[in-house]
Design a protein around this ligand. Structure first.
Ligand SMILES: Cc1ncc(COP(=O)(O)O)c(C=O)c1O
Length: 428
């Protein structure tokens, strides 16, 4: 067998390939009941969200099963969904939309791949790349190109904020020096940092995009208008150089693979053709369900009443448990939450172990941070302690032997050699 150049690239392991493998493995293991899966991958299955989507599916099956599932349809997206998108975004944000501004795809991951394939690569005038202006960004972007070396990233400027925090900033000057931009691709709120591009940063990106006449693929997977898992500084912006991309995955429907892009028809039209050439169109039953969720306001209700408060609560708990500045109330709530839901749920016995990586397949790479964390049941009783304030660099390292090392770590038993007075280094 001989793989082509693009075949070699596409067959090559990537971060997202590893993540999907981890998801498959952990989903299989989830049925044994012996492990709690704390790894990345799936949005939280919130019962009210699951119930609402299920009801919308029931209603859609009754109303349009035969038309949606037993016939082919338009590559741009079903008429009902495209109309619902046009109405939703024109009504909510006053965008000047027609159906020609919309393309529906099998998830926003696929749409980012489509945009990258359509707008970058070896070209008539010059070779271009997909450029990620806001590193670190979503692992899935690593794989969205057909030819080796097709994605480049711009390192952020890092601002230290006090002794315990730092902030990433875009570096527009570095971006301006790139002369091979075919597409700017970013998530905001960003996966993994949760960082949002500020209005001023977006102005700078737009100036560069307009100057080069390239689109910005703006991935709103976690932001507004749904699911608002992270608050954003401004609503999605309308501009002839922005392709705004939305997904229902993080609003509770990742398995149905529905995402859509809204932008200038000169960018959208080639993407519609790519969808036709590659998959014909996205699944139509789920498209009809999404249309119903948008048109009836159910997606907005879920966002406002369930999803947003759910993640806001989680964030407060996370910040308290993670040692970020947080009030005593949050810390007490975090302790109560862990005691009730983690320790009691495990019969009062739990140990948080150092995550054990799933073994990668031969030849596969692994992205840093893509390791699943597994909370094992049983073992020695664990105790929840407030996080230790890390020692400042200029403070003497006064850690007592056996002192708590923070969540998710073990206390290592001293090696026999070390106990005999031989340093670990010389024993090795
Ligand atoms: C920032 C970001 N964009 C896109 C995706 C993929 O979303 P979809 O399910 O719509 O393909 C993810 C998934 O984790 C993500 O984190």
């Amino acid at each position: 067998m001989v793989l082509s150049l693009s075949g070699t690239k596409m067959a090559h392991a990537s971060g997202i390939r590893s993540i999907m493998e981890d998801i498959a493995t952990s989903m299989r293991g989830a049925s044994t009941g012996s492990l709690l899966n704390l790894s990345i991958g799936n949005p939280a299955p919130i019962p009210e969200v699951v119930g609402t989507w299920r009801r919308l599916f029931d209603e859609t099956l009754d109303a349009s099963f035969a038309r949606a599932s037993c016939l082919y349809g338009p590559s741009r997206g079903t008429d009902d969904l495209v109309a619902a998108i046009v109405e939703y975004f024109s009504g909510r944000y006053g965008w000047p939309l027609t159906p020609e501004h919309v393309v529906v795809g099998s998830g926003s991951q696929m749409l980012s791949f489509v945009a990258s394939a359509v707008f970058t690569g070896p070209g008539a005038a010059r070779d271009t790349k997909t450029v990620l202006p806001a590193l670190p960004d979503y692992t899935g972007y690593q794989g969205v190109y057909l030819f080796p070396g097709g994605v480049a990233g711009i390192a952020p400027r890092i601002e230290l904020c006090g002794d315990r925090r730092f902030r990433y900033h875009l570096d527009p000057d570095a971006l301006r020096r790139s002369d091979d931009i075919g597409l700017l691709l970013l998530s905001s709120p960003s996966n993994p940092t949760g960082r949002c591009v500020s209005p001023q940063e977006l102005d700078a990106l737009l100036e560069i995009a307009a100057d080069r006449d390239v689109p910005i693929f703006f991935d709103h997977a976690y932001g507004a208008p749904f699911p608002q898992i992270v608050e954003t500084p401004e609503p999605p912006r309308w501009h002839e150089n922005i392709i705004n991309v939305f997904t229902v995955s993080k609003a509770g429907l990742p398995g149905e693979r529905i995402g859509f892009a809204v932008g200038d028809p000169r960018f959208i039209e080639p993407m519609v053709s790519f969808v036709a050439n590659s998959t014909l169109h996205a699944g139509q039953l789920a498209q009809q369900v999404t249309a119903r969720a948008l048109a009836t306001g159910e997606l907005d209700r879920l966002t406002a009443e369930v999803i947003r408060p759910y993640y806001a609560h989680k964030r407060r708990l996370g910040e308290a448990a993670g040692g970020h500045p947080a009030g005593r109330r949050e810390l007490a709530a975090a302790r109560r939450h862990v005691r009730r839901h983690v320790l009691l749920g495990m019969g009062g016995r739990a140990v948080v172990r150092r995550p054990r990586p799933l073994r990668p397949r031969e030849g596969e790479g692994r992205v840093p941070g893509a390791r699943p964390a597994l909370l094992h049941r049983g073992g020695r009783p664990g105790r929840l302690r407030p996080p230790r304030r890390p020692l400042l660099p200029d403070q003497p390292q006064r850690r007592r032997a056996g002192a708590h090392r923070g969540p998710g770590t073990h206390r290592r038993r001293p090696r026999r050699a070390a106990r005999r007075g031989v340093s670990a280094g010389s024993a090795a």
